[in-house]
Every structure is written in structure tokens, then in C-alpha cells.
Design a protein around this ligand. Structure first.
Ligand code: NAG
Length: 148
């Protein structure tokens, strides 16, 4: 019992250091609670579909681009325009550290995504969305989740 407890604890510590990958429905609930459903006219399905193709729901996803900038987190938000990296002075339109966009707490990432969709007039910022989600029937993305 004791040994099992210690093993479980070690397991937790290791898992804690790893990335967090949300399930589709957990994300649907978080998005709905944060007011993303129909935000700027984009239904919940758009957001879930977009997050899937951008990050596969991986909150710690990071992609280094050719220009040296980095896409961060579940929405793959780029450091050049939207957040602040430690080493250089970027535009930082979201007034947030890029590191805050790769935490389990999605509050900052969602606020920034709302800013992007407002400033860029839609979801075209996200290539994964354009390619796989735009103009499609997206209600299946929230199917089986307890969201209205
Ligand atoms: C999530 O992204 C991180 C950083 O890119 C990566 O190390 C990790 O393996 C990914 N997790 C999964 C489950 O794909």
C-alpha cells in the first residue's frame, strides 16, 4: 500500500511536468464557459475544430517558424505579433507573456484568441481552421459533450 502510494506520487510528479492534452468535450465545456460559442459569430464547433487542427488540443504545443518566431499553445498563437517572448521586443498585441499561452489554464490563450479574431476580422489567422473547418458542418465537434 505504502509503496503503491509512493509510486502513484512519483507518477503524478512525472505527469505534472508533461504536457496537458485536453479531451474534446472538456475543451468544449471550457470554451463554452469562456463565451467562445458564437463569439464574433463563430460557433463552438469552429473553435474546437480549429484547436484540433492547430495543436491537437495540446496546451504545450510549440512550433518554431522559419522567421524565428514561435507559435504557442492550444491555438498556436504567434510570438511575433501577439505575445511577449523573453528575449526580444515584439508587438505583443495580447499584452501577455508567450509562456502564459502554454499553461493548463486556458484563460490567457482564450483572451488572446478573442483579440486575434477581433483585430483580424475572423478566423483566417488559423491555417488549420481555413484548411479543415471553414465553411463545413461543424456541429459534430461538440457532439456528446454536455454543452448546448
Ligand atoms: C505536446 O507538445 C509538446 C511540445 O511540443 C510535446 O513535447 C508533447 O509530446 C506533446 N504531447 C502530445 C501528447 O502529443
Amino acid at each position: 500500500m505504502k509503496a503503491a502510494g509512493i509510486l502513484a506520487l512519483i507518477g503524478c510528479l512525472i505527469t505534472g511536468a508533461e504536457s496537458k492534452v485536453y479531451t474534446r468535450c472538456k475543451l468544449a465545456k471550457i470554451f463554452a464557459r469562456a463565451g467562445l460559442d458564437n463569439y464574433m459569430g463563430f460557433s463552438l464547433g469552429n473553435w474546437i475544430c480549429m484547436a484540433y487542427y492547430e495543436s491537437h488540443y495540446n496546451t504545450t504545443a510549440q512550433t518554431v517558424l522559419d522567421d524565428g518566431s514561435i507559435d504557442y499553445g492550444i491555438f498556436q498563437i504567434n510570438s511575433f505579433t501577439w505575445c511577449r517572448q523573453a528575449k526580444q521586443q515584439e508587438k505583443n498585441h495580447c499584452h501577455v507573456a508567450c509562456s502564459a499561452l502554454i499553461t493548463d489554464d486556458l484563460t490567457d490563450a482564450i483572451l488572446c484568441a478573442k483579440k486575434i479574431i477581433k483585430e483580424t476580422q475572423g478566423m483566417n489567422y488559423w491555417q488549420g481552421w481555413k484548411k479543415h473547418c471553414e465553411g463545413r458542418e461543424l456541429s459534430d465537434w461538440k457532439k456528446g459533450c454536455e454543452v448546448s
